[in-house]
Ligand binder design. Sequence first.
Ligand code: NAI
Length: 717
Amino acid sequence: MAQYTLVSGSVGLITLHNPPVNALSAAVRQGIVDTVERALSDPKVKSVVICGQNGVFCGGADIKEFGTNMSGPPLVPMIHTIEAANKPVVAAIEGSALGGGLELALGCHYRIAHSKARLGLPEVSLGLLPAAGGTQRLPRLIGVPAALHLITTGRRVTAAEALQLGIVDQVTDHNTVDVAVKFALSVEGRSLDARCISTYPCPCPSDLDALFEGVMQKVRQSARGAIAPVACVQAVRAAATLPYTQGMEQEKELMATLFTSGQARALQYCFFAQRAVDRWSMPGGARWDTSKPRPVHKAAVIGLGTMGRGITVALAEAGLSVVAVETEEKQLMEAKQAISGMLERGAKRHGVAPAPDRISYSQNIQAVADVDLVIEAVFEDMALKKKVFQQLSAVCKAGTFLCTNTSALDIDHLASQIRNPELMVGMHFFAPAHVMKLLEVVYGPRSSPQAVATAMQLGKKMGKVSVAVGNCQGFVGNRMLKPYIEQAFFLLEEGATPELVDRALEEFGFAMGVFRMSDLSGLDVGWKVRKGEAEPGVASGQPARIQQDHRYSPLGDLLAEQGRFGQKTGRGWYQYDKPGSRVAMSDPWLHSFLEEYRAQHGLVARRIDHQEVLERCLYALINEGFRILEDGIAAGPEDIDVIYVFGYGWPRHRGGPMFYAGMVGLAKVLEKLEHYHQAHPDVPHLQPCSLLRRLVTSGSPPVNRWREVIKKLHSQL
Ligand code: NAI
């Protein structure tokens, strides 16, 4: 809703009220319409100020209303009424003016922002465009190139940048509403002819066609199949080439297409899924709201290799004191240099002072005696890690949380090495750890809810999207990756090439296909893990998976045995100019190698199309996702989807693998898996999981209702 008061004798002050961000719900829109009408018809009122309660102007549309039958007054005519008013209307922007909030401000005649305010049109990140005149007013106000950038990326700008761009008229450090009221008094009675943005001509550069072509190309490339950024460009083009009313028509039509697209639904699902993972739960019933995290002020990192360095940087950037321990002197020296470089670059990016003084280095594990939490990141070697945890258990003060960054070893096995196993959790970061958003917090059977809560809270403080997952081989992300990669290998055996498989996956929207990704992360990593699998006790108490009657492709091992580790050696599934180069080129050697391999094994190459690549790779991965849900390793489908979107390059506009399965239709996924399993009975990963069958027999409920079916399934076991 909106409150109305008369201030300073002649200013009608309208205050939006809808905590926490004054979203434009039906009630708020109705409130604005009513209060504006009141102010405009009151002869005492000579000007109007619109502001928001609790230091926030307006966070935009109420996303909860999307997909429902929207009631209440629509935004477009409401904003038109404000712009057409015969009394000056001033927007007093504190906190944020985002999406519909900024569009409302653009309908006002003047905009005054607090210096700490942020402004932007982030609709594109929800698969939409600013459809309350944003695509038509912003280019008219600040010019086509700047508007295109803001609208297609959804980037938020500071008040200072908004002033420079011309979005706001004034920035203040004082009480914004007071300043806006004074300002409103000063412009009472002035002509508003030059203050209605919709009447402005759109300032366009002369080479308009070239500009739009260039931007469209760039947008298509980076959007990887997302349609909203493309529609944003089309809408801004309409602003640049058509009269305002026609441009508004185009904006409306484009929005209607986006609104009903699966992509907008997927992106909105992601928005809510990201919030849902904060409400984690553990199989024992412990959950986020019953477990109090302990504050962590000082942390330690053990092992300063690739991961330890990134983790140290992320901890320091989060404002913690860090003790960084590395036994090898040469590694320690290199790590110090690398870490200070990363901190400097990070500080420059964020416009703050670097924080190297928060880090102390040592070669001695005794240095961690007084820390609140330790993250171990030494080599992936069970014997070494066991030793490190025994030492930590002896050295650390009572109550210190002991965490491991292992990607494959059994958390519980490590927990058994310490005095208080309830203090141990996995904190599985992704490389590079100071950049990648995802953190899997792995709870073992003995981890205490408080340890999980503390790691989740610390992850948040480090700017990560933290997802609590159970303990099993590969946890959630890597466990699902295994059948996906396995299918890609089988497809090569059956006649595909790395180029074909990668193209299919990249056209689907993955940042990188499976083979380019494997070349980037190094073939030696998976090779070592696979070799490790055969060793007893290493893999989460599970026996070696390589069994006689199960199909296994040694292609990755064969390449690794030849020293083809990928980018780092200049050869892998592709070839590179030189070791370390990132430009993957087709390698004729690899193609002959595949032909020889097929001949040796009596395999006849057949034509494989993109459809089969997608179905086999993605449905195998999704099937494992259902197994993970069935096993209670992830709390819900949202957790899996967030992991894939933030850690594995799954295209956000496809919502994550489990959401995608729902979009495709669970019955279809089941049918295809049955079909492929019949064709490949020696591939257990293609055998449809019973939860998937159960969901199909329950009428394929939408993804947000799966938890109920899973709960029922668990209660019957
Ligand atoms: P790395 O080989 O780059 O670094 C390990 C570092 O630990 C080396 O500098 C080594 O000198 C040091 N170290 C060995 N023993 C030590 C001890 N007793 N005390 C202190 N330092 C010791 O390894 P990386 O890649 O950083 O991996 C570390 C852990 O993170 C492994 O468990 C790995 O599985 C896991 N991980 C790795 C990812 C990756 O992409 N590299 C991703 C996620 C997890």
